[in-house]
Design a protein around this ligand. Structure first.
Ligand code: UD1
Length: 356
């Protein structure tokens, strides 16, 4: 059996790491295609190096463009790769433009398509990721769902017959890194000795309007402890374009951290403030309370368990109060994201459902 994984953006590299290990362990040939959507060293290569992922077999070097431009430029080169390799499965990850492009390229030439992290829904049609994930789910032959909630969403859309609950592969990586990998990175060198928050902002709905971005930066700068803000290229670009300074109040900025550095920072932080999907869940797994600056979340379990507040208008005081309360309560013992064996389940499921 041969699997072609298509990845392009930072969170997909994290998901790729345990899948690559499990496939190789079982003697399944694994070809990695990097679309080039993320290309800065600390958004891309550093993840391959530190998560021990082999260099991609193909790098399409597509880079940034409009949604249509980026998605369109990926289609033809992906089709060429799939025709050349003729895989048993094309495996796509999450909800980025790279995911949708690979899904389209695969189904047009009848290559079996599997979607990892299927069934996540925000029900917010303004998010580009929501279109990407809905379209990819409906195009796929096999839907690998991370949670029971995701399975329910797929059932509601008539996709039960193709859906399998495998667990969440990011949980595999996060727990593994937290347990095994030390890092020489010390967040205190950036924030001093006091308790601190970790913050990330990168979603289009938060970065692309000057009013929205200004409000978020003011909220973070007004927090009661230092805030380690890891600056995604999209945030850097729009802050500079709108003349919004990131060097004020409680803010301490740094370039995007490597994955082990981020895990270490979150474990030491008093709280996380973010609009990232992955980081909300990682905060939960690492037992750090989180405030999510969005109107909804795909990871509803973290909210139901009382350790993630989803509020796009949260003030500095509300953030601080929520995180203080969560820290004073005992941490939930439920494990809605699986037991850290999702990648193994994925490898077994792909083999079981192999068509040829
Ligand atoms: C993408 C995904 C999002 C995911 C996120 C993780 C889509 C629609 N969105 O958002 O689901 O959560 O990745 O980070 O696919 N840039 C650089 N260097 C890089 C990469 C990007 O400078 O290595 C800049 C470019 O100016 C680009 C901007 O960042 O215009 C945004 O990059 P893009 O790939 O469009 O989407 P993300 O915001 O990263």
């Amino acid at each position: 059996m041969q699997v072609v994984s298509v990845v392009g953006a930072r969170p997909q590299f994290v998901k790729l790491a345990p899948i690559d290990k499990e496939l190789r362990l079982r003697g399944i040939e694994h070809i990695i295609v990097h679309t080039g959507q993320h290309y800065d060293h600390n958004m891309s290569e550093s993840f391959f190096e530190l998560l021990d992922i082999p260099k991609p077999d193909f790098n399409l070097g597509i880079g940034s463009a409009s949604h249509a431009g980026q998605t369109a430029s990926m289609l033809e080169p992906l089709e060429k790769v799939f025709l050349k390799v003729n895989p048993s499965w094309v495996l796509v990850y999450g909800d980025t433009n790279s995911t949708l492009a690979a899904a389209l390229a695969a189904i047009k030439i009848h290559k079996p398509l599997a979607h990892l992290e299927a069934g996540l829904r925000s029900f917010n049609r303004a998010m580009p990721e929501e279109h990407n994930r809905v379209l990819t789910d409906h195009a796929s032959d096999l839907l690998l769902a991370p949670t029971q909630t995701a399975m329910n969403h797929l059932a509601n859309e008539g996709l039960s017959a193709k859906s399998i609950l495998v667990g969440d592969v990011m949980t595999d990586v996060c727990l593994n890194i937290a347990a095994t990998q030390g890092t020489s990175f010390d967040p205190k060198s950036l924030v001093g000795d006091s308790p601190f928050y970790v913050a990330t902002i990168h979603r289009a709905e938060n970065t692309d309007s000057p009013e929205r971005l200004c409000r978020i930066i003011e909220t973070l700068a007004g927090l009661d402890h230092p805030v380690l803000l890891t600056v995604h290229p999209r945030l850097a670009k729009f802050a500079s374009e709108y003349g919004i300074s990131l060097m004020r109040g409680s803010l301490r900025t740094t370039a995007p951290l490597s994955y082990p550095e981020m895990v270490s920072a979150v474990m030491q932080a008093r709280g996380v403030v973010t609009d990232s999907g992955g980081l909300q869940k990682e905060a939960f797994l690492l037992k750090t309370a989180c405030v999510t600056l969005r109107t909804e979340t795909e990871w509803v379990e973290t909210v139901e368990l009382g350790v993630n507040l989803v509020d796009n208008l949260a003030t500095s005081e509300q953030i601080s109060d929520f995180i203080t309360d969560a820290a004073n309560n005992s941490w939930p013992t439920e494990t809605p994201y699986g037991d850290g064996k999702a990648a193994e389940n994925v490898a077994l499921t792909l083999r079981q459902h192999q068509v040829d």
